[in-house]
Design a protein around this ligand. Structure first.
Ligand code: T4K
Length: 372
């Protein structure tokens, strides 16, 4: 993006590194006459993803988006009762729980990682708790060791891993934790399939049920074994996803460079704190949140940016328990969530962003501070 032309800068922007190659692939696909219903491109994409994750005995099932992938995973597990979820997340996480007839129980987050707090989970567990749905926020990783211990207590763990495709934890890809993990390949995510998602699990029977559920529950031409829906990934989306996967390392490296400019230029500001890196985690740099001293300062900076064509986003504000479908319906005492949500602003960060754009954003932040 050319900042000299004052073109807009967005918190997220789709990454399309080599348009020509993508168009050629699309043309071949059109000529093949096979466009959906788990065709060869989807099967190949699932193979590519398996290689990317690199875990033995893992199954991968693609889906049309992460939201339906989460819903169908909850359904395939046959859950009944209460599911502990963070409120500091994208609305899809909690909608998925409710859409499956389950009751969300909101837990507060850890102020260092912004992921669900183990202490809070312990406080909220009751005999009705059937599952926990933790979210790896911004590219950070939840306390996976603690969460693994819950499974031994009969509580299912399904991760919302929408933000962490490409993040490495102790030099391994995520994807093999809990009962299942759900990734998003939405256009604004690191792995862009326009729309798309995938479930990973070490349980082949669970994978089989999820696969059936994405295709109406159809087993064969004369048998339907489950009440499923249409949540299949199309061949076009799989092509897009495969192509993005080829350029994943390049995308993450570019994001790393942009984040290091932000880190260098913003580290001296006492009134604004960036995200801290986590020990053992090599982030995918999905988002670059900064935390301001108050809601007022955050909103002022947000507006200041907008007048200069910079569209930063308040991920995640308002917190989910305060949104119309949830407020007054579910009790929730979430001081860390509310404080974080009131002060957060995600700066522009995408895989093809230029270093000059990052400096431009930092210049604006300096200008904002001088004017106060
Ligand atoms: N769990 C978590 C933790 C998530 O963050 C998400 C999705 C999900 C689950 C669900 O995954 P999917 O079912 O979508 O696979 C955006 C994305 O649409 C959403 O996928 C994402 N999280 C969320 C954090 O961000 P909005 O409502 O903020 O989107 P929108 O249209 O305002 O776009 C955000 C910015 O991106 C805009 O400033 C412009 C830019 N943009 C967007 C699109 C779609 C582009 O430049 N080009 C584009 O094509 O939700």
């Amino acid at each position: 993006m050319d900042t000299s032309n004052n073109l807009p800068l967005y918190t997220a922007f789709p990454f399309i590194p080599d348009e020509e190659a993508l168009v050629t692939g699309f043309r071949q696909l059109l000529r093949s006459g096979m466009l959906t219903n788990r065709g060869p491109m989807v099967l190949q994409f699932e193979e590519d993803l398996l290689k990317h994750f690199g875990h033995a005995n893992l199954s991968v099932v693609t889906c049309c988006n992460a939201t339906l992938a989460m819903e169908l995973t909850l359904r395939a597990l046959g859950l009944r009762g209460k599911v502990i979820v963070p409120s500091f997340t994208f609305v899809a996480t909690v909608h998925a729980v409710v859409n499956e007839g389950l009751e969300p129980v909101f837990a507060d987050i850890d102020p260092n990682t912004f992921c669900i707090s183990p202490k809070e989970i312990e406080r909220l567990i009751t005999p009705d708790t059937c599952a926990v749905l933790p979210v790896h926020v911004y590219g950070n990783v939840c306390d996976v060791e603690y969460l693994e211990s819950l499974r031994k207590r009969g509580i299912r763990v399904i991760y919302d891993s929408a933000h962490v495709f490409g993040t490495r934890f102790h030099d391994a890809a995520l994807g093999n934790w809990g009962d299942a993990e759900v990734f998003s390949f939405h256009a604004t995510k690191i792995l862009n399939a326009c729309e798309g998602g995938a479930v990973t699990t070490r349980d082949p029977e669970l994978a089989k049920r999820i696969k059936l559920l994405t295709n109406f529950g159809i087993t064969n031409e004369t048998e339907v074994d489950l009440i499923g829906t249409n949540a299949k990934m199309s061949e076009v989306h799989a092509l897009f996803g495969r192509y993005s996967l080829l350029h994943l390392a390049q995308a993450i490296e570019n994001r790393r460079k942009i984040c290091s400019i932000y880190d260098d230029r913003l580290s001296g500001f006492s009134w604004l704190s960036p995200l801290k890196s986590q020990p053992g985690v090599r982030s995918n740099y999905q988002y670059y949140p900064v935390f301001l001293e108050s809601l007022r300062v955050r909103d002022d900076l947000y507006q200041f940016f907008r007048t200069r064509n910079v569209f930063a986003r308040k991920y995640f504000f308002p917190a989910i328990h305060l949104l119309a479908p949830y407020v007054n319906r579910y009790s929730a005492q979430l001081p860390v969530t509310e404080d974080t949500s009131n002060r957060v602003l995600c700066l522009p960060l995408h895989s093809s962003m230029r270093e000059a754009d990052a400096h431009h954003v930092c210049d604006m932040i300096e200008e904002f501070k001088k004017g106060r």
